[in-house]
Design a protein around this ligand. Structure first.
Ligand code: KET
Length: 409
């Protein structure tokens, strides 16, 4: 007679929910009508609804209407036009590295998959196995790179006292890293802090990285979301490509095209010669094939259609700018509301930070209080997704923040 203790997994431990995606799981279980999900970084409209971009709908219509469309396997490296378009988007259409065929780009499963493939390639083929990631960083980074076979260390990034960049600490830690070490950099809109180096600081970081022969690995999950301009947000990456040196870039189209669930992204490796780039690509295929064989078609077709059609592309830049602008206006509205309430503390970091998130400075107890008493869901590090707010919900959030800081300072 079967009994549950007979299971080969009867001793298995219950795993905790993911620190970010688990916030949505908890939110979905809450039946309160005033509940607000500011956990996951996903754009919502002023009405609080998920947004499918108009250009995405148009591109999908074009695809459906195309009678020659087929569903055969893509090559291991993915859709060629998507890969070319992605590289141009991040490096610039006039990038010498692209013109000299020194870039290999492979389509991957969104930003996460691109980071993982890049990490596994490095673990297999690069002499230095240590990757430095910023402290703090996106919670998935240490797991991705550890499972890829790299050893993860951190460099100082955020200074809680100034709620800004710990530039001195960053330079010291990268300066003390072993020559050749890999350095993970957020291309723009650093998650979770919303704190980015200035372009002058990027230039100093570049000089240090090149002088120590460190290997830059950019995570570009928010191109266009920081400033509203795709080119402005790509500047740090382009600074590193312009010096002729090598670099890795993991791109995601989850946020800037609103294609979250389509899992569409790209890994680009800029090499010194086209010959090296083609050999690198041949090895990337050996990483990808046993992992998921080849990537899915639909999302990449949407992106490729938009990137390779000038009308759709222009319309996309406007829709993207509108999303970025709405987020920026949420920042000013939240700050004004807190000021008007006389909430204790300096909250100007809300408008100084950039991208999808505000790193509020609220502690885990205050966050738990806001969830319990106000049904506001956010990660326990005090990060809130500004894209999940609207003019209607800001007063509720401000009430909760005010109560949290006045009752549990
Ligand atoms: N990098 C960063 C910095 C990042 O914030 C995310 C997603 C990703 C990569 C991966 O995104 P993908 O969907 O694989 O293209 N961050 C949000 C969602 C998540 O945690 O999965 C978040 O921080 O809320």
């Amino acid at each position: 007679m079967a009994h549950h203790s007979d299971s080969v997994f009867s001793q298995i431990a219950k795993a905790p929910e993911d620190p970010i995606l688990g916030v949505t799981v908890a939110f979905n279980k809450d039946s309160d009508t005033s509940k607000l999900n500011l956990g996951v970084g996903a754009y919502r409209t002023e009405e609080g609804k998920p947004l499918v971009l108009n250009v995405v709908k148009q591109a999908e219509q074009k695809l459906v209407n195309n009678p020659s469309r087929i569903k055969e396997y893509l090559p291991i490296v993915g859709l060629a036009d998507f890969n070319k378009g992605s590289a141009k988007l991040i490096f610039g259409a006039d990038s010498p590295a692209i013109q000299e065929n020194r870039v290999t780009t492979v389509q991957c499963l969104s930003g996460t998959g691109s980071l993982r493939v890049g990490g596994e390639f490095l673990a297999r083929h690069y002499h230095e196995k240590t990757i430095y990631i910023p402290n703090p960083t996106w919670g998935n980074h240490p797991k991705i790179f550890t499972f890829a076979g790299l050893s993860v260390k951190t460099y100082r990034y955020y200074d809680p006292t100034t709620r800004g960049l710990d530039f001195k600490g960053l330079l010291e830690d990268l300066g003390n890293a072993p020559s050749g070490a890999i350095v993970l950099l957020h291309a723009c809109a650093h998650n979770p802090t919303g704190v980015d180096p200035t372009i002058q600081q990027w230039e100093e970081i570049r000089q240090l990285i090149r002088s120590k022969a460190l290997l830059p690995f950019f995570d570009s999950a928010y191109q266009g979301f920081a400033s509203g301009s795709l080119d402005a947000d790509a500047k740090p990456v382009r600074l590193f490509v312009a010096d002729g040196g090598e670099c890795f870039t993991a791109q995601s189209f989850a946020k800037n095209m609103g294609l979250y669930a389509e899992r569409v992204g790209a890994l680009s490796i800029v090499c010194k010669t086209s010959d090296v780039a083609s050999r690198v690509e041949s090895q990337l295929k050996l990483v990808i094939r046993p992992m998921y064989s080849s990537p899915p078609l639909h999302g990449a077709s949407i992106v490729s259609t938009i990137l390779n059609d000038s009308d759709l592309y222009n319309e996309w830049t406007l829709e993207l700018k509108a999303m970025a602008d709405r987020i920026i206006s949420m920042r000013t509205q939240l700050l004004e509301t807190l000021k008007a309430k006389g909430t204790p503390g300096d909250w100007t970091h809300i408008i100084k930070q950039i991208g999808m998130f505000t790193f509020t400075g609220l502690n885990a107890e205050q966050v738990a209080f806001m969830t319990k008493e106000y049904h506001i869901y956010m990660t326990s590090d005090g990060r809130i997704s500004m894209a999940g707010l609207s003019s209607k919900t800001i007063p509720h959030l401000a009430d909760a923040m005010h109560a949290a800081v006045t009752t549990m300072a």
